[in-house]
Design a protein around this ligand. Structure first.
Ligand code: SF4
Length: 317
């Protein structure tokens, strides 16, 4: 029988996700449905579904947005070409790109302007990386995406070249550290962005799950398979030797996972809504488990809304 369910914080919505969800809700209130969103506003099935119920329409490309509509660009960021296409189609863009992703775009520009070759540590094909790499188009540079030490070995640059590295915001801290070390070894002159690109929310949630995995028999990570930061949480707990499942909701839980299990740990990826965590907790508590909340790190970060939305709320056009 499950004796205890331990829920850790920080978990769930980060400041960037909270901001982008609020942007969609505000736009629906101000403009009415439909409001178009380019790419899933955040990588979570429940959040996307809940907003679509309210009138948001998720599309994958700017060409799917009707000319002259209101469109929100997702938290993951977009390449400059998408903004240009929206301008051509007279689409009014409300940009929900997380400020911490926008920071990586700015760093990319700065390095390219200063004549560096840039390498990007991230997941190939991930929408955040595609946005950041898209910045390089105007400089005529192709940015290699690094996922492994083999990718580093294949880089055709000389040891003395001017090279800079950037990273995706939601990577595993440990794996990224290893890749950064390998890059420093192969290119002794390589430079990094002035501040770490892996964001505070990724770092804090990984640190918290590491502590959780040490004291429970099984960890449930609430989040979607498409969520990079949620998948990294699962990997971090697994690397600690803890049985770990990534689930969107209580309905996905299977009885056979809990044979011999006494303590269950729960956390949530940065895009997973709290009510899905509470539904799971309620299920265990109803079965007789005690509930304990553990705060590993205190988080107190908020982002202001996008400037375009602020102007509209203040009576601008
Ligand atoms: Fe921004 Fe980090 Fe949240 Fe991504 S995980 S939206 S970078 S705060």
């Amino acid at each position: 029988m499950i004796e205890e369910v331990v829920v850790i914080s920080p978990r769930g919505f980060c400041a960037g996700v909270a901001r982008s969800v609020k942007v969609v809700e505000d736009c629906l209130r101000i403009f009415g449905a439909p409001v178009y969103i380019k790419h899933a506003i955040v990588h979570n099935k429940t959040v996307v579904h809940d907003l679509e119920e309210k009138g948001a329409v998720t599309v994958e490309s700017v060409s799917d947005i009707p000319r002259g509509s209101i469109a929100i660009f997702s938290a993951h960021g977009s390449p400059p070409a998408h903004y240009a296409e929206a301008r051509d189609r007279e689409i009014r863009v409300i940009d929900a790109t997380c400020p911490l992703v926008a920071k990586v775009h700015i760093e990319m520009h700065k390095f390219l302007k200063d004549g560096y070759r840039v390498v990007y540590i991230g997941h190939k094909g991930h929408v955040e990386g595609l946005g950041v790499i898209g910045e390089a188009q105007q400089y005529g540079q192709e940015i290699p995406v690094i996922e492994s030490v083999d990718d580093i070995e294949r880089l055709p640059y000389g040891a003395e070249e001017k090279i800079a590295m950037l990273t995706q915001t939601t990577l595993s801290i440990d794996e990224t550290r290893d890749l950064m070390k390998a890059l420093h070894k192969k290119f002794p002159m390589i430079i990094e962005a002035p501040a770490q690109d892996i964001c505070y929310a990724t770092t804090n949630r990984q640190q918290a799950i590491r502590a959780l995995a040490e004291e429970v028999d099984i960890v449930l990570v609430v989040g979607s398979q498409t969520s990079s930061n949620s998948k990294r949480l699962q990997e971090v707990a697994q690397q600690k030797g803890c049985l770990t499942y990534l689930i969107d909701s209580a309905e996905e839980i299977k009885k056979e996972w809990f044979s011999g299990v006494k303590k269950v740990g729960i956390t949530a990826g940065a895009s997973a809504p709290e009510y899905k965590v509470q539904e799971i907790v309620a299920q265990f508590v109803a079965g007789g488990a005690k509930y304990r909340e553990v705060e590993v790190i205190k988080e107190n970060i908020y982002f202001t809304e996008p400037i375009e939305l602020m102007k509209i709320k203040n009576g601008g056009i």
